[in-house]
Ligand binder design. Structure first.
Ligand SMILES: Cc1cc2nc3c(=O)[nH]c(=O)nc-3n(C[C@H](O)[C@H](O)[C@H](O)COP(=O)(O)OP(=O)(O)OC[C@H]3O[C@@H](n4cnc5c(N)ncnc54)[C@H](O)[C@@H]3O)c2cc1C
Length: 391
């Protein structure tokens, strides 16, 4: 086994790091109050986030994981994983907008299953960061049990007519179009009865924004007799559930990488604080009550790292996201749960500053708390792992 990160990926990481410092850091500092101070102003932030996406797309980072024919650079899953980790580890909120996965606003590989005639409308503009999208699977009555969705699509002549209600959809507020999962055969459901469609935003209504523990604000989407041409299908009719699961599985490495990067950021901030802050006549870190939790965090981070890199390597070498299901679940479960504990320990070491919005930990902790629920909550990952044990 060779655990060395290939040289070309090390070079890519360095150029991404310098891009973040040169192009993103100044914007992050200029708008710091938006993140750490009073409630963020969406009218101010939305254009800044668009600008980060655009600059990153211009330099080739944003969509690098897409194939060249789609406007990307064919970057491997391992390479993308390393960039996602680096963006999260930078501690900059805006850095996560600079890289498409795991952000559903960016181009999804699901789009590559659209007919070529639709790529000009849906693939290239998202790859160039001129448009954004969203991934609309979850419904009020169907979250973890995604095959219970009620949204219905019926073919009428040469159009699909879609009716239904989605919620918790990240970037639902701004998306130019949505990838929508709907029932096309209610008897078959997951076994050939769910189809993925691409639906432009003039065919759906946006409901309320759903403010939550994280800084993202997903939205409700309503489809009332939405009409789309018959060719707006992703992959094959009836295969949408498999497409969704395969896509989410492959994406587990990116959720893991995000957790890893945020955990590294939190540990770095806590170690720095423990070395500089004195209490009772010595640096905090000279107390084992402080240094041991941080040492434990370091051990956790290394375990997360190798799970995440290994998963990325498996996706790259095996290509079939469904064959790595158990590994993907182990990684999503372990990385998000342990990274949250790392952030919590870091918060404790920073004391009052750990709780402050202007401090380095609070946002990371809230974001990590969200990651334990979204894209398959921890219990759903345990369900998959238990099944792999034959239980
Ligand atoms: C901020 C945010 C962003 C999101 N973005 C998107 C998005 O862009 N697109 C999208 O489609 N969805 C999105 N979601 C939805 C998200 O993926 C779901 O919230 C998640 O899958 C859980 O579904 P649920 O909320 O309906 O919880 P439920 O499915 O009702 O589950 C509630 C709890 O019960 C547990 N549970 C359920 N079944 C079992 C079982 N069999 N055994 C043990 N425990 C079980 C779950 O683990 C969970 O802890 C987002 C959610 C949030 C909060």
């Amino acid at each position: 086994m060779d655990f060395t990160v290939p040289e070309e990926l090390t070079a890519l990481r360095q150029s991404f790091a310098s891009f973040l410092e040169r192009e993103v850091r100044p914007l992050e500092e200029e708008h710091a109050r938006q993140f750490w101070g009073e409630a963020p102003d969406r009218d101010v932030l939305a254009p800044v986030i668009r600008e980060v996406r655009r600059r990153s797309a211009d330099e080739g980072f944003y969509s690098s994981y897409l194939p060249e024919e789609a406007g990307g650079q064919d970057l491997s899953v391992l390479g993308t994983t390393l960039l996602v980790e680096d963006a999260a580890r930078s501690g900059m909120r805006l850095a996560m907008a600079a890289i498409a996965p795991p952000n559903p606003a960016g181009p999804s590989t699901l789009l590559l299953k659209l007919p070529r005639s639709l790529w000009d409308d849906y693939v290239f503009p998202v790859a160039r960061a001129e448009k954004t999208m969203c991934f609309a699977l979850t419904e009020p009555e169907a979250g973890s049990d995604a095959q219970s969705i009620r949204t219905r699509a019926v073919l009428e002549g040469d159009e699909w007519v879609i009716n239904g209600h989605k919620h918790y959809i990240t970037n639902g507020e701004n998306a130019d179009f949505a990838i929508v999962f709907a029932l096309t055969d209610p008897d078959k459901r997951a076994a050939g009865g769910i189809t993925a469609f691409v639906v432009p935003s003039d065919q759906f209504r946006r409901g309320k924004l759903q403010w939550n523990i994280s800084d993202s604000h997903p939205a409700e989407l309503f489809f009332d007799d939405a009409r789309i041409p018959a060719d707006h299908v992703i992959g094959e009719v009836g295969m949408g559930f498999f497409e969704a699961m395969a896509f989410l599985n492959a994406g587990r490495a990116y959720i893991g990488a995000q957790s890893l990067g945020l955990a590294e950021w939190c540990l770095g901030a806590a170690v720095d604080h423990a070395a500089k802050r004195t209490a009772f006549g010595k640096p905090l870190g000279k107390n084992q009550g402080v240094s041991f939790p941080l040492a434990r965090s370091k051990a956790d981070i290394e375990a997360i790292r190798w799970l995440v890199y290994h998963l990325a390597w498996r996706v790259d070498s095996e290509g079939d996201p469904l064959s790595i299901m158990a590994d993907a679940s182990i990684t999503k479960f372990y990385a998000t749960e342990r990274a949250y504990e790392v952030a919590d320990r870091a918060l404790q070491v920073l004391g009052g500053m750990g709780l402050m919005r202007e401090g380095p930990i609070e946002r990371a902790l809230r974001h990590l708390r969200m990651l334990r629920v979204v894209e398959g909550a921890s219990e759903i990952q345990l369900l998959v792992i238990a099944r792999s044990l034959g239980l």
